[in-house]
Design a protein around this ligand. Structure first.
Ligand code: NI
Length: 154
């Protein structure tokens, strides 16, 4: 077993009380064990490729004055057209646009799309929100996973 590193964690009293109740309900031996478990779970959701059947959206905020950004985003979306159901565009301020791209397909591929968009000049953020569905229960969304943002400040 690798060496354990101790570090301090600050938390509001109410959050800590809820966490202690969670620890009691789930039978963890102590807070450290519970925190390790939660961190592992979060990281595996973040990085794991769970299924080929993911659906959700990528919310993009970008500055349309940045040269070529609109053309670039359109170009990228055409490259992924098989995974895009529709895109909505809202002009939110004089400078900024918000686009919601509704997507489906393998999580790995959709995550590549979000990272590609998030890395473009002029893109303030590209926030993916993906969901999976239980096989055989198509009407009922499963637990949300894969949430997290790919921020990029230019
Ligand atoms: Ni706009």
């Amino acid at each position: 077993m690798s060496e354990l590193i101790r570090f301090g964690v600050s938390m509001e009293q109410r959050l800590l009380s809820s966490f202690d109740e969670f620890i009691a309900r789930h039978g963890f031996h102590n807070r450290s064990e519970a925190i390790r478990d939660l961190v592992r779970e979060k990281l595996s959701r973040e990085e794991g490729v769970k299924t080929d059947r993911v659906m959700g959206s990528i919310t993009i905020i970008y500055n349309h004055h940045v040269r070529k950004v609109s053309e670039t985003l359109t170009e990228i979306q055409h490259q992924f057209q098989g995974h895009i159901l529709f895109t909505n565009h809202v002009h939110i301020t004089h400078d900024y646009c918000l686009e919601v791209v509704v997507v489906h397909g393998p999580e790995k591929r959709l995550r590549e799309l979000a990272i590609l968009i998030g890395g473009q000049r002029g893109v303030f953020m590209a926030l993916p929100s993906f969901f999976t569905f239980d096989v055989g229960k198509e009407d009922h969304p499963g637990a949300a996973f894969g949430q997290g943002d790919t921020r990029n400040h230019h």
